[in-house]
Design a binder for this molecule. Structure first.
Ligand code: COA
Length: 239
C-alpha cells in the first residue's frame, strides 16, 4: 500500500504522488464511480461504488477515511428493513459508526436478551411494535462527520452540518449546524438564516460536476457577503 501525505518530503511527506492528485485538475473531472478519490491511496474511498447492501443509499462523492464502508454500519438486519441514506459530498472520518435499529433490544419485557437472534433459542423475532424502532438514518449533503462519531438509529443530520469528533448523535441535527459531545448538542449555527436559506435553495451539490468544479472559488470563499451575492445571482438566472 502506498502511504500518501500532502506534506513535503522534508516534513515526512510522500512526494511520489503527483501534484494533480492533490489539487483538482479541470481537464480530468472526478468520477463518482471511482473507488479511490486519490489514486494510489487506499485508505480513503468514495462510498457509493463500494456499497453492496441495497438498504444503504449513498450519493455521489461522499467519502470515508477508510478502505471499507459497510463495516461502519452495524446491526443492520434485512428483516427490519431500515435504511441508511447519505447525501452527496459528505466527509466521513475514520472510526465513524452508524448504529442501525437492530442494535436496540426489546425493552418492554423483563429481559432485554435477544434470544431470537441467537441459534438454538426458541423465540421467533418479536413484532416490530415490540422493538424500539427509530426509522431510517438520514444524512444530508455536504455533511462533515468527525472521526469516531457514533450516529444512533433514526437520526437525521441536515445539509451542511458538522459533527464533532467522538460525538454520540442521539437527536436530529438541523441544517448547517455544528453539534458535538455525548450526547451531541448544538455548538452553534454555521451561518445566518439568510445564507442558510440561500444554500438550501441553491443545492450546489445537485449541479453537474463541471459546474461544481467551476464553483469551487465560491464554495471555499470565507467572504460570505460576496458568496450570498453570487448565490443570489445564480438563483436569479435559473429557470
Ligand atoms: C467540532 C469542531 C469542528 C470544532 O468546531 P468549532 O466551532 O471550531 O468549535 P470550538 O473548537 O470553538 O469549540 C466550541 C465548543 O465545543 C466543544 N467541542 C468542540 N469539539 C468537540 C467535540 N468533538 N466533542 C465535544 N465537544 C467539543 C469545545 O470544547 C467548546 O466548548 P466550550 O465552549 O464549552 O469551551 C472540532 O472540534 C471537531 O470535532 N472536528 C472534527 C475533526 C475530525 O474528526 N476530522 C476527521 C477527519 S476529516
Amino acid at each position: 500500500m502506498v502511504h500518501y501525505s500532502p506534506l513535503p518530503a522534508s516534513l515526512g511527506g510522500d512526494e511520489s504522488i503527483p501534484h494533480n492528485n492533490l489539487a483538482m485538475n479541470a481537464s480530468t473531472l472526478p468520477d463518482p464511480n471511482t473507488l479511490h478519490p486519490v489514486a494510489g491511496y487506499e485508505n480513503e474511498i468514495y462510498i457509493k461504488p463500494a456499497v453492496k447492501n441495497p438498504n444503504i443509499i449513498v450519493g455521489d462523492f461522499s467519502y470515508i477515511a477508510d478502505a471499507d464502508f459497510e463495516r461502519h454500519v452495524t446491526h443492520h438486519y434485512p428483516f427490519l428493513g431500515d435504511k441508511l441514506i447519505i447525501g452527496k459530498f459528505c466527509q466521513i472520518g475514520a472510526g465513524v459508526e452508524f448504529v442501525m435499529n437492530g442494535a436496540n433490544h426489546q425493552m418492554n419485557a423483563v429481559s432485554t436478551f435477544p434470544f431470537y437472534t441467537l441459534q438454538g433459542w426458541n423465540m421467533a423475532p418479536p413484532a416490530h411494535e415490540d422493538l424500539p424502532l427509530k426509522g431510517d438514518t438520514i444524512i444530508g449533503n455536504d455533511v462533515w462527520i468527525g472521526q469516531n462519531a457514533t450516529i444512533l438509529p433514526g437520526v437525521h443530520i441536515g445539509d451542511g452540518a458538522i459533527i464533532g469528533a467522538s460525538s454520540v448523535v442521539t437527536r436530529h441535527v438541523p441544517h448547517y449546524t455544528i453539534a458535538a459531545g455525548n450526547p451531541a448538542r448544538e455548538i452553534r449555527r454555521r451561518f445566518d438564516e439568510e445564507l442558510t436559506a440561500l444554500l438550501l435553495e441553491w443545492k450546489w451539490w445537485d449541479k453537474p460536476t463541471d459546474e461544481i468544479n467551476a464553483l469551487i472559488p465560491i464554495l471555499t470563499s470565507s467572504d460570505l457577503g460576496a458568496v450570498k451575492e453570487k448565490i443570489r445571482a445564480d438563483l436569479s438566472v435559473l429557470p
